[in-house]
Design a protein around this ligand. Sequence first.
Ligand code: 3HC
Length: 280
Amino acid sequence: MGRFAVIGAGTMGSGIAQVAARAGFDVVLRDVAPEYLDRGLTTIAASLDRDVKKERLTPAQKDEILARIHPTTELAAVKDAEIVVEAIVENFAAKAALFSELDALTRPEAILATNTSSISITKIGAVTKRPTQVIGMHFMNPVPVMPLVEVIRGRATSDATTNAILELGAKLGKTCLIANDFPGFVSNRILMPMLNEAMFALYEGVATREAIDGIMKLGMNHPMGPLTLADFIGLDVCLAILDVLYEGFGDPKYRACPLLRQYVAAGWLGRKTGRGFYEY
Ligand code: 3HC
C-alpha cells in the first residue's frame, strides 16, 4: 500500500499518522480546522522528540518523518489514498456522513478503516457502496507505544480486506488481532466493565481513589490504576462505550456507574479537562 490518509488529527489520529509516517508512508492528515492540525503536529513532534532524546532517532530522521505528513483541511486531498483511517469524534451520525463522502471521493479499490472504539463496523460499512472494504482498525492510546491493533471485521468485510489490513499492521510494527463486530469488540467489552467496577467501588466507599488504583497497579501489575486509566482515556469516551455495551447487550452488568455519568455532566472528563477522578 502506498498513500495513507488519516481523518482527524486528535490524540488517536495524530498517533496513527505518526506511526504510519515513521513506517515510511506518505500520510495525508485531514482535520476540519488548521488549529486542530497544528495541535496534532505539535503532539507528533513532541512524541518524536522523546525518541531523539533517547537516541532512537536522529534529528534528521525526525524531520523526515514530519515531512512525510501532509496536513490539510480539504477532504478532497484523500482522493488518491489506498487506505483511509478515520479517527474523528465517536458519534455514529458524524462517521456515517464522513464514510458516505469518502465512498464517493476515494478510488473504488481503497479500503476505508475506522478507529472506532465501539461503534458497529457493519453499520458504518452499510452507509457505503463498498461494505466489503470497510473494516475496524482500533489502535490503542498512546498509539506510538502500544503494540496492538484490534482489527474488527464487519458482517460484510471481505477476507481480502482483512488480509490487506493485517499486512499493513505488520508494516506499521503493530500486532493485529482479529475480533468480530459485537458491541465493544474484545478490548472494551473486557476493559470498560473493569473501569466501571472501579468507579462503583469508589462510589460505594469501598476504598479511596489512591487505594483502588494502587491495589490494581501493584497487585495485578497493571501499568495504570483503573481510575487513572479512565481519566487518561477520557470519562466521556468511557461513558459512551459503556452506553454502547448496555444498549447493545441489554444486560444490566454494563450499566454505567452514576458517578461517571455525573462527572461527565459536570464537564470533568479526565486528564484533557484538568479534572476527572484526579486533578491535573
Ligand atoms: N509518544 C511516544 N512515546 C511515549 C508516549 C507518547 N505519547 N508516552 C509514553 N511514551 C514512551 C516513553 O518514552 C517510554 O519509552 P521507553 O520506556 O522506551 O523509554 C515509555 O513509553 C514509558 O513511558 P513513561 O516512562 O513516560 O511512563 P510510563 O512508564 O508510566 O508509561 C504508558 C506510560 C505507556 C502510557 C503506561 O502508563 C501505560 O501503558 N498505560 C496504560 C495504557 C493503556 O492501557 N492504553 C489503552 C487504553 S484503552 C484504548 O486506547 C482503547 C480505547 O478504545 C478506549
